[in-house]
Design a protein around this ligand. Structure first.
Ligand code: ADP
Ligand code: MG
Length: 481
């Protein structure tokens, strides 16, 4: 009886802690936006120590440090607002993660002492790119893919910070391994390869004795299969197992091939055990990678998983400016804005458009105008056209005004939520082909007259309230891009 009582007591306290934490997170999400929230705050959890103390648990030290510096005070303030009894909130690193040696016993191949030997340190640069078997060739790292040339914006801020952190740690005379592996993922052309090259460059410039290997997963497979054929698997193993930093790009291509996975898994384990840094990229998160053995999947997620989100208009414009400047081209602002609006799929396409424009300027010798761009990029632009949905509008608008998405359909009439809702209705009318009743239905089954009223109201307000007009314009641009 007494035990049962105690038990439920503990449960309810844990439940209360969780509820408070959920509300703190909810506030933070409103304040920092979805992307940052997901990257930085989403992976945290909270536990109650006693009535006055809670801990917020971060999966890695890196995350802990970042959250502490950027959001520590805010978290404490918000928590106190939820529960005044809580006087102390500590942000701590989870006790068990990929770096504390807890994994040493699990599934690790032991192949004898040779694997643990230190390789002679190389004096020449040992960065190999796409060509790990031929280290006599000068490195073919792409000159342009430096941190300096990587434009940082909200969508890639986290991945960028993580990559920098790895690069700096690896270049440090006393090499440390902040998180292993660093797993970068995101859609095509969002900068994964760029970041990996940038890490390699950084290490090469600051610590040329480090052995760095960068290669695609396909290349890894190819070399492995070749080594099998020529019975030179020992060399193959040695080569990878003696690196300080191993970077494997596009790991999604390794899935499915059992023997290669096996080898990759062993290589991976050995390097992790020797405290060597591994950086992996893929187009999906570890849990979404298909055809991967379960143990491999879980291992990939051990370190820090950082995703690159789709670009925003601001980031695209920033990238265009940076690229045009690098190339020494003068491209009118209007043209840049136009491109940033219209070419939204990925950065590679944006670069392609810019290259076409600059080539055109050189060959034709004429300045570029908005009209000539449209003609020049006719095909590209057409493939980028897309329809905006009401769901998207609601999401963007809610994010922009820091309100919950559910307020779009809620009954609440407080101005703080009603106004954004009206903006969303207005934009739905403007940007979609939906009828007023259809729009009303998407906004919590409201009447079409409510939508009509909202549209008029926003039109009126935009005339007299420049800051609202600016908000709406910004949102329109974002949505249309
Ligand atoms: P991924 O490997 O994710 O498919 P890449 O790294 O190859 O993408 O990027 C595609 C192109 O876009 C590269 O030329 C890269 O330099 C450029 N790029 C991507 N993101 C950025 C960025 N944030 N700043 C500057 N260039 C970028
Ligand atoms: Mg790539």
């Amino acid at each position: 009886m007494a035990e049962a009582f105690q038990r439920s007591d503990i449960d309810s306290s844990a439940g209360a802690c969780e509820r408070e934490w959920t509300r703190v997170l909810h506030h933070l999400k409103g304040e920092v936006g979805e992307a940052i929230f997901r990257s930085w705050l989403g992976p945290m959890s909270a536990e109650r120590i006693d009535d006055s103390q809670t801990i917020v648990v971060a999966p890695t030290r890196f995350l802990r440090d970042w959250v502490e510096t950027h959001y520590g005070d805010r978290i404490r303030a918000l928590w106190r607002a939820e529960n005044r009894q809580v006087t102390r909130v500590s942000i701590v690193v989870a006790a068990v993660n990929g770096q504390n040696g807890a994994h040493h016993s699990a599934g690790v191949e032991s192949e004898g002492a040779h694997l643990h030997q230190q390789v002679p340190s190389h004096t020449e640069s040992t960065v190999s790119l796409e060509n790990a078997e031929d280290r006599t060739q000068p490195s073919t790292l792409d000159q342009r893919l430096l941190f300096e040339n990587f434009v940082v914006g909200k969508p890639n801020e986290f991945a960028h910070a993580a990559a920098r952190h790895v690069a700096e740690a690896c270049a440090n005379p006393v090499q440390t391994v902040p998180f292993n592996p660093l797993y970068l993922y995101g859609g095509v052309g969002l900068g994964k390869t760029h970041l990996m090259h940038a890490v390699a460059w950084h290490v090469r410039q600051h610590a040329c004795d480090r052995k760095v290997i960068y290669l695609t997963a396909e290349k890894f497979m190819y070399q492995f299969i070749r080594a099998l054929r020529f019975k030179s698997t020992m060399d193959f193993k040695e080569q990878f197992r003696s690196v300080d930093l191993l970077m494997i790009d596009d790991v999604q291509f390794i899935s499915g091939k059992d023997s290669t996975q096996e080898e990759f898994f062993h290589t991976f384990n050995t390097l992790v055990d020797q405290n060597r840094q591994i950086v992996i990229s893929a187009d999906k998160s570890p849990s979404d990678l298909e055809g991967l053995q379960e143990r491999m999947r879980s291992r990939l997620g051990w370190g820090l998983v950082a995703d690159l989100h789709p670009t925003t208009y601001e980031l695209r414009l920033g990238i265009l400016h940076s690229k045009a400047e690098q190339g020494g081209h003068h491209i009118p602002q209007k043209v840049m804005e136009f491109l940033a609006h219209r070419i939204t799929s990925n950065v590679r396409e944006l670069e392609g458009a810019l290259n076409r424009i600059t080539a055109h300027m050189q060959f034709v010798g004429r300045d570029i105008t908005l009209e000539s761009v449209q003609a020049l990029l006719h095909d590209l632009l057409r493939s980028c056209e897309r329809r905006v949905t009401i769901d998207e509008i609601q999401k963007r608008v809610a994010e922009h005004f820091n309100i919950r998405l559910s307020e779009m359909t809620s009954e609440r009439r407080a101005r703080a939520v009603a106004r954004p809702r009206q903006v969303a209705m207005y934009l739905s009318k403007q940007l979609t082909t939906r009828s007023l009743p259809q729009i009303g239905q998407k906004f919590g089954n409201r009447d079409h007259t409510t939508v009509m009223h909202a549209v008029r109201k926003i039109e009126e307000l935009m005339l007299i309230d420049p800051s609202l007009a600016e908000d709406v314009e910004l949102l329109r641009r974002m949505l249309q891009s």
